[in-house]
Design a protein around this ligand. Sequence first.
Ligand code: PEP
Ligand code: MN
Length: 352
Amino acid sequence: MIVITSNTTPEEQIADIVRVIEKEGLQASVSKGADRTVIGLIGQVNPQLAEHLRQMKGVENVVKITKSYKLASRDFHPENTVIKIKGVEIGGDELVVMGGPCAVESPEQIDEIAGLVKAAGGQVLRGGAFKPRTGPYSFQGIGVEGLIMMAEAGQKHGLLTITEVMTPEYVDICAEYADILQVGTRNMQNFDLLRKLGTCGKPVLLKRGFSATYDELLNAAEYILAGGNPDVMLCERGIRTFESYTRNTLDLSAIPVLQQLSHLPVISDPSHGTGRRELVEPMSKASVAAGANGLIIEMHTDPDNSMTGDGVQSLFPDQFAALLKDLEKLAPLVGRTFSTSKAPAEAFKVGV
Ligand code: PEP
Ligand code: MN
């Protein structure tokens, strides 16, 4: 249930409404917008309480919400969530590009790629230190050392960093070194991990499970939000369909649908979404045209020798740079800003 008040409703009246809700043992989530303030109720609402709230001063309407997720829904939070990290805003007007290898392989590799991501105009360095591999004998990532290498490369080149965390035990160490924690497709419903991320103090990029519905993705996000972490972004990374030409089918509809259902930023991953290098450029552009708030793209200096199998979907550095140049022209057409000429690393606020 949500209680709608106008933007002229005084603070004291909103506080009164919150008090009444909390007295009933329910949680109140207040979202202030330009036109109205929405107070979401979490918990079982009895009809008497609903009626009492309806009669209260400053209340314009009381509406029943039937969706199973609350905090993730736009009904509860009409305004877009804008996640601010060291001067980068995700979910606002700015298009955010995250680029880098599938896996961190060595200090030299991540340093060189970070320099290329920065030079091309990207804002975030991606790279996995813990890799969720389908087979147990495949390279599993270099672990904590990889986190350190990536943090150093991010600092040096003035980039935020994003890395995948697979288990609750590793959340704290990943949060210590990375700016954004990624939940991979295979872990979208690892509920213990999601709960732990609710208290990790860092923004989370939650990838859609490869066979998950929008509703399941938003409920997974709800676990993190309900744990107290408001900084969640959703990521469409392709789903499994009958088509085998592409590794997955990038569901472009997910971008506008998730933005209608939710206030959380939506990021598209055309690398895992297609599994084919030559499709990354058109699907990146299509994602931006569909309204994506950002892209996460694999790029490697030597994709043929990458330590995971994802070299086939990794862009070469010149392709990455050319794509970002095109995005600079495309972004304004869909109401986004993006510039490939960023401030030099020392002027960028990373590390402050
Ligand atoms: C990745 O980003 O390298 C990755 C493993 O992604 P996903 O979970 O989407 O497969
Ligand atoms: Mn990968």
